[in-house]
Design a protein around this ligand. Sequence first.
Ligand code: SF4
Length: 76
Amino acid sequence: MADKNITKTYYKDDLIVKWEPHKCIHSAICFHGLPAVFDPRKRPWISMEGGLREDIIRQVKKCPSGALSIQQDEKV
Ligand code: SF4
């Protein structure tokens, strides 16, 4: 279903979260862990304003498939 070339990006100040839909295995770990940010019922389904930067980073790192990843600038 998902196009392998699609990458979605979400921003919070200098924090950039990438989501690659074709890698997502729908484990639900992200939206159980941080539902104010990750909510598949919403569009866009990631609301960066819903969480603290540290919490978002921690949650993204728990993604088992690598669909979610962090792209950070040199300040981090
Ligand atoms: S944690 Fe990763 S693999 Fe699981 S639903 Fe979220 S994005 Fe998809």
